[in-house]
Write a protein that binds this ligand. Sequence first.
Ligand SMILES: [Zn+2]
Length: 544
Amino acid sequence: MDYNLLDESWIPVLWIDGSSTRVGIIEALTQAGRIRQIALASPLDLFAVHRFILTLLYWKAALAGGVEQVRKSLLKDGEVPSAVLEGITKEKHCFDLFDEKLPFLQDPSVNGAKDDERKSAGSLFAELATGTNIAHFHHGDDENTRLCLPCVALGMLRVVPWTQSGGAGLTPSIHNAPPIMAIATGDNLGITLGLNLVLLDVEAGEPKWSGHFKPTNPTKAIPYLEALTWNPRRIYLSSPRIGVCWYCGSSDAPTVGKIVYKKNEETIGNQQKKKRIPFTWRDPAAFYPENEFASANSTQEDQATENKDLARLIPVESGPLKSAVAVKNESHHGWRLVVPTTNPKNNKTFDHRQLELPNLSPETIGALIRANKRPPGRSEGLDGWNLPNPRHPLGIRLFVQAAIKLLTDADWAALSTAAYRDMHDSPAAFDVFAGLYWGLRDKKIGRLPSRNVAWLILKLMAAVPAQARVLHPGARFSPMEDPNALPKRQPKERGRTSLYPVSFPRGERLEAALRRALDSNVRKRKPEPVDWTGLCNGLDQLLD
Ligand SMILES: [Zn+2]
């Protein structure tokens, strides 16, 4: 079996003419000006494939006069210089996933691993269930998870930029927790590659495409070709057999099952006085403070929900953090920001997202954060729903008044049988409702509550004893205001810094919550007078 990433068609692309196919690296490079973009759904895959192609260009750029020259050629007409293309093609033997001696990004010396030392092929993808990381949308087990060869290629390429921490000493990649990375995007793949190919202020060194990865000198500045092929694992793929891919769903395709996936002691990292310090390396796509090597990462999940993690890119005191790609393309229009979210406690990524932005200015990024920003000390807006405006329109007041004044005990009895029912399911109660509601509508007294709210409020009023069904001038009690009846936030859990908003319930869930709150009020030794008008008004604002 051989599977060479240069020749096989494994990268899904969208062509300028709107068609879509898969291509290999050579075709991607020769046709870069005709390919609109790489068409991968996962931002991690998308970044990893761009990064791999860029690494090849960095590697052979010298053959066409250097990185700046190749960048110019790509930006001009989306063309990869032929000398670069020839240089890459000559090294084709480095890119076969199943080469006996030099399998791509793998270490043949771990091939002898026993079966119980092998891990799920899903280890290559943070979002696939593996080992003890099982709380995922993808449910699978280590024995059965298989990946088709295009997906294996994606997974192998993720190893360099995106490897996170795992249990049992599995250390992350060169930048520790996966950083926020930027991709500048152009009108075609060639221009996109040109934009992201930026001259790096470090020695080039040599790429390490196969074997046990060992940094030349981890305490010194890391040469860029070494950093761009940094391999924190010792991996060996098993021979493929026909099966179903757990990542893309292809069936009847050659697939890889359990793989050797071991830690690489050589990439564990530098320590200074027992504290781990970052390698001397700045990824061109990641963001760093001036003269520092610790990249900006997203952290907690709840910050990610509101883009609050992006604030790390524009700290108040020191000015915005810089990425080499962003600096080089300062005036460029069209960016993607790949934001993996990592738990700071264990450097494990549990989520990632992609933001498409016109530019990376502090104003643009700030606007994303500000859009969700609240004035300090006020909780409105943070919750799933806001308390309604307390002003009661005349129609709503008159509706509640009329119900209390006009409906008889028999009417209330009919309404009380309609609990949890729709109008059309309870004819007797519907007659009561219609008589009251249509009668008021004819009088043109202003906006009445909506039909649904009027129906619901009558059912609720019918559920309490007659003495609670009055209009009390100082009535304060409303389930709307009672956080136990209708929560706005998820209950506080241990270790969670802020709470998740809860959406406003509907249908039977809402009716049940309101009934429960009214019932527990009635059961109090001194029940509080119910603010029926406020409840009707609030429901009217929140439901319709
Ligand atoms: Zn697949």
